[in-house]
Design a protein around this ligand. Sequence first.
Ligand code: PLP
Length: 416
Amino acid sequence: MHDFNYKHNDLYCESVSVEELAKKYGTPLYVYSRNTLISHYRKIKEAFSPINPLICFSMKANSNMAICKVLVKEGSGLDIVSGGELYKAFKIGVSSRKIVYAGVGKTEKEIEIGIRHHIFLFNVESIPELELINKVAGRLGMRQKVAIRINPDIKARTHRYIITGHGENKFGVDFETARIIFLDKQKYKNLSVSGVHMHIGSQIVDAKPFIKAMERIIDFIKDMERHGLGIRWFNIGGGLGIIYSNEKPQTAKEYAKAILPILKNTKANIIIEPGRFIVGNAGALITKVQYIKKTPSKNFAIVDASMNDLIRPSLYGAYHEILPVRSHFYSDSKEIKDFDVVGPICESGDFLGKNRKFISLKEGDLLSVMGAGAYGFSMSSNYNSRLRVAEVMVEGSKSRLIRRRETYEDLIRTEI
Ligand code: PLP
């Protein structure tokens, strides 16, 4: 599953002691296992090898360039959603032919940069956006390939903030609008409207909603074929869930086994854009207990990481396992106490975990917040003027700083 394991009583990432990493780089600290990252990419690649899809790692999950570079070297493309991610994608050196660009609010400037650099596909989310891409491509005297993101109106079982394929969500267009676009596609003279795209949400643990959505979209593709309109690309999005606590998500193999028979019903080439599945369990946030605070109703472990470093618990009520970096194996259950693990930010919503059981937690202890590789650092902020933390990649017995910790000068660099 991942490469964070105890050796005797000490937590290791691959062959490096997490305590040593905390000493060397300080806390809070994001630590990533290169091996976990690569092995999850390969799991997807192998599971889908019968159809050889274009895999585009979803940068929003983790856009650290060192992380993306590892995946790009493995052959991955990139799924992007902003001019910033496009900029980083170029810096990483991914072939522009492997960049797909989604998002409901692409600006004219972002569109122009994408077209100028010959990115592979824009995943278009509305008719006004389609018209704008057509206009910009015309102005540049270029032709751009696009896919239409279809909202298949499927309600997947996940947190309501990360459902994206239900009719009431802002993403994609309904089938009728997609039909109008394809039947009318000659009017977009500077575009090759040649693909369809879906992404129904994130952290989805079973195949059923994916299957339902794909069946609907393949019916659509067939309908278009009956009108003589071939669709060359079908981007099936990301969304594969991972284990945070007691979920039983499908493996890449199980997912492929469930959906490959569906995808065989279309001649379209498949694109897949997973984020969380690849990087989620490859990362942990290491934090130090600053204070133990006991109130009449609670024990608090006040740690040096906070909602600005990892917002998922505050934003979605998401669960992350929290492990002691130095484990204590007591048999006497009376030693076990419940703690809320909270950060220093001035919000009651600032917590990393509630009612977590620990043995003799004390000031100075290190904790590891697991499964923090996806939507961890990439959603971090400077709230409360806190400095963003460092990130480290471990490879075997070596560690490498892949983002330095911010300084107070960084904090005011852009202010005038
Ligand atoms: N593709 C699109 C269009 C997305 O919006 C997202 C995430 O929100 C992803 C892919 C990646 O999703 P996940 O990390 O769940 O695989």
